[in-house]
Design a protein around this ligand. Structure first.
Ligand code: TXA
Ligand code: MG
Length: 287
């Protein structure tokens, strides 16, 4: 999907399976949360809670290259996996007519990280985008070279306004609307998952478990063992399927009243690295 900033790798934000395929195509080392692209502010208000500052910034800069990080409202419209389990959501209304038309046609938010593979520059032409992640796409829209070529400015409005990523909407332009911007903490810049609470179940999580202990729920990977309170992330050991199921099954296991959640070993390869990153967070080993 072309946007005015860079080409994005787009997926229906409500479809965890499609979102998992996006992470897989990018080869992301962790589930860095994705930006939900909306057609207009009305669609944005359905997925995020707008305060007066958010309303003012959207009125001034949308459609355009400004992303707002806000408390999530309807968490089904932008699935847990797209938000990396956070209770916040990043939203922007792109100005590019093709991006706008695509979101309108889908009728709901579309997540789109930059279409590069992880760690590489963002593509600004369709040819570059196809080189990076084109093999994973079902369809591609050619909008010509991107007008901006630099990713959107990201501003969080959770406590004080905070600049998470500088972009083509300048600090001064934003400060003219909402006042002084705080800096992202060094750590939060590297890992937005640490900016606010990330999802962790109430029940203790035990990793690399070959089966459930007494009272525990079990998340299997591969053919599931018999027993109650067993959820199978993927019977065929498909990592994309496991990623799509991960957050929903953690919640279901947590709700089951189990004394703990035991989770099968997941190979540390491809999407498995990202799944394990989220699992280690859920188990409390990371930030
Ligand atoms: O210009 C752009 O924003 C492009 C085009 C395609 O729209 N997209 C883009 O997406 O740059 P991506 O995924 O490459 O970068 C999204 C940034 C990341 O730095 C991510 O950490 C941050 O937004 N982000 C997303 N959701 C967040 C959240 N809930 N809290 C904090 N940061 C978040
Ligand atoms: Mg990017």
């Amino acid at each position: 999907m072309p946007t005015e900033t860079v080409y994005g790798l787009a997926a229906d934000a409500s479809n965890a399976r499609a979102v998992a395929a996006v992470y897989e195509a990018k080869g992301r080392p962790s589930f860095n949360p994705l930006i939900a692209h909306v057609a207009d502010i009305a669609m944005a208000r359905r997925i995020a809670r707008f305060d007066a500052r958010a309303e003012a910034l959207a009125a001034r800069f949308w459609p355009g290259p400004l992303t707002l990080v806000l408390p999530a409202a309807d968490t089904g419209a932008v699935c847990d996996l797209a938000r990396a389990g956070l209770d916040t959501v990043a939203v922007r209304a792109p100005a590019h007519p093709l991006a706008h038309a695509l979101v309108e046609a889908v009728g709901g938010p579309v997540v789109a990280p930059s279409a590069n593979r992880s760690g590489r520059p963002s593509p600004t032409t369709l040819a570059d985008a196809m080189d990076e992640t084109g093999a994973a796409t079902a369809a591609a829209l050619d909008g010509g070279p991107c007008e901006i070529g630099l990713e959107s400015t990201v501003v969080a409005l959770l406590d004080e306004p905070r600049l998470l990523r500088p972009g083509s909407v300048t600090r001064a332009e934003i400060e003219a609307v909402v006042g002084p911007l705080a800096e992202a903490e060094a750590d939060a810049k590297r890992s937005p998952g640490r900016l606010t609470r990330h999802y962790a179940p109430n029940a203790p999580v035990r990793l690399e478990a070959e089966g459930a202990g007494p009272g525990e729920a079990y998340l299997a990977f591969g053919p599931p063992p018999a027993g109650e309170r067993v959820w199978t992330l993927s019977a065929t050991r498909d990592l994309a399927e496991a990623a799509a199921n991960l957050f929903a099954f953690l919640r279901a296991a947590d709700r089951s009243g189990a004394s703990g959640i035991a989770i099968a070993p997941i190979p540390e390869e491809g999407l498995g690295e990202a799944i394990n990153d989220r699992l280690r967070r859920a188990a409390g080993f990371v930030g």
